[in-house]
Design a protein around this ligand. Structure first.
Ligand code: GLU
Length: 510
């Protein structure tokens, strides 16, 4: 076992968009593989045709491409253990199911859906629940109760049947989970799960175990919701006589508030995405938000997810994918669920945005400017970005923080006017205009010194003057350091805005 090559897989079912919990599971697999010089495989588990959703597989592939999580083998990539999509491996599962029947670990069951549902009703009426288990199978229509000949006849006549696992009676299954330690479950509480369906397809359990074996998976790292399936999987490995992989079941991502698993409804309720990319439901046309479209950088998204359940053992919070892979270990994955924090997600994006160069941010901001009808010089945009980036979490928020660098106010915030445009303001701003018109060096340092001197000499109120000035330049009481703004927009534009503002706001009667 120990010198087995490290091979892990992410095995989603294409039943809809991938939840961020799934992205985190894939990420931990990816990091584990990289840390241990192993291989990471993407396998599509699409044996349940009733749950197939068109577009879901493409969505999954695109989501990982966006996140920067790459696979060594898998769908779209190929590899020595392909095909990597279970529907394309359909032909091989029957043989494995039959093997288990032959060795006495599984059996044919001929009970029809109607018969089983009648039984379920009958049990319910006695306030009991029906389970197809070691006890009940003795009374049901299967190859354990029928004679060899009857069974053969039924199979030959083409009667629909399933293959069920023959759960051992009164045993204890001992399992080891790398995160939870030793787990023991009594087989008496387990049922005889279907392994092979009447439609000729394997169920999840059979296909999953067979493929993990054939693909030489060394570690199964998956969500905690699969822990109840572990006893069956362990028993299947035993029944086949195969060495089982090691298992690690990851704790859930929890709601930001209250109890339970993070769901799409929480995202809708609290206004954050729970999917990596936007998703359009092919049936209803309903559009669900994604992190990409919300303006997240993939590096920030991945960094945020990594720390929801894993900790590096020190205070670091910002990691590149390489650094994460270097620091990752399953020992540092917690046992309890991690509460999702939408504010912290924004914080991560903020951090990554600050780390980007002004040039890169300017490049990203250009299309937003264009959408707002602004054609600007990129070096100018770079300077603007430098002044306002601290105030935003997302590139698209730059516009709200900087529109006044690109156009004169079209209106003046009425609340600010009421508060800051005083009876003295008109004369003070006219004087300021004259003062600024005479300045040769229009750098922020110089204009600031000149203006502040003038305010002091005249014994005007510093706040009153600067707020009225800001109002005429910006149109509101927002934005970075006022003298940085006028230095950037330049002398001519500053004077023009003062002129327009004086005209628009006029002299207020005392
Ligand atoms: N197909 C399962 C899923 O959709 C895979 C579970 C596993 O990793 O074993 O999550």
């Amino acid at each position: 076992m120990n010198n087995r090559e490290i091979r892990v897989r992410f095995a989603p079912s294409p039943t809809g968009p991938l939840h961020i919990g799934g992205v985190r599971t894939a990420l931990y697999n990816y990091l584990f593989a990289r840390k241990n010089n192993g291989k990471f495989i993407l396998r599509i588990e699409d044996t349940d045709q009733t749950r197939f959703v068109p577009g879901a597989e493409e969505y999954i592939v695109e989501a990982f491409r966006w996140c920067g999580i790459s696979f060594d083998e898998g769908v779209t990539k190929g590899g020595p253990y392909g095909p990597y999509k279970q529907s394309e491996r359909k032909a091989l599962y029957r043989e494995f199911a039959e093997k288990l029947v032959a060795s006495g670990h599984a059996y044919y069951a001929f009970d029809t859906a109607e018969e089983l549902s009648a039984l379920r009703k009958q049990f319910e009426s006695q306030k009991k629940t029906f389970t197809y288990n070691a006890e009940e199978r003795k009374q049901l229509k299967n190859s354990l109760t029928l004679s060899v000949e009857d069974t053969r006849q039924k199979l030959l006549s083409g009667d629909p049947y399933v293959i069920r696992f023959k759960m051992p009676e009164a045993e204890t299954v001992k399992m080891t989970d790398l995160i939870r330690g030793t787990i023991e479950v009594k087989t008496s509480v387990l049922d005889d799960k279907i392994l092979f369906k009447s439609d000729g397809m394997p169920t999840y359990h059979l296909a999953n175990v067979v493929d993990d074996h054939l693909m030489k998976i060394s570690h199964v790292i998956r969500g905690e919701e699969w822990l109840p399936s572990l006893p069956l999987h362990v028993l299947l490995y035993e029944a086949f006589g195969w060495e089982a992989p090691q298992f690690a079941h990851l704790p859930l991502l929890l709601k930001p508030d209250g109890k339970g698993k993070l769901s799409k409804r929480d995202g809708d309720r609290l206004g954050f995405p729970v999917f990596p990319l936007q998703w359009t439901d092919p049936k209803t046309g309903e559009v669900t938000q994604g992190y990409r479209e919300a303006g997240y950088f993939p590096e920030a998204f991945i960094n945020m997810l990594a720390l929801l359940g894993w900790n590096p053992g020190d205070e670091r919070e910002l990691f590149t994918l390489d650094e994460m892979a270097e620091a990752f270990s399953l020992e540092r994955v917690g046992k309890s669920g991690s509460r999702f924090d939408p504010e912290k997600a924004k914080w991560f994006n903020h951090q990554y945005l600050q780390k980007k160069s002004n040039r890169e941010l300017a490049g990203l901001f250009m299309p937003v400017l264009q959408q707002n009808g602004i054609m600007a010089d990129e070096t100018y945009v770079e300077k603007v970005v430098a002044l306002v980036k601290e105030r935003v979490n997302f590139v698209h928020e730059l516009w709200n923080q900087s529109d006044f660098f690109f156009r004169a106010p079209e209106s003046y915030d009425p609340k600010a006017v009421k508060k800051r445009w005083k009876s003295a303001s008109y004369d003070q701003m006219s004087e300021l205009k004259t003062l600024l018109a005479a300045i040769d060096d229009f750098s922020a340092e110089n204009t600031e010194a000149v203006v502040k001197n003038w305010i002091a000499e005249k014994e005007y109120g510093m706040g009153a003057v600067l707020n009225a000035f800001r109002l005429l330049i910006v149109g509101a009481l927002k934005g970075p350091h006022l003298f940085d703004i006028i230095a950037l927009i330049g002398q001519e534009e500053t004077l023009r805005r003062l002129e327009i503002g004086l005209h628009e706001l006029g002299k207020k009667e005392a």
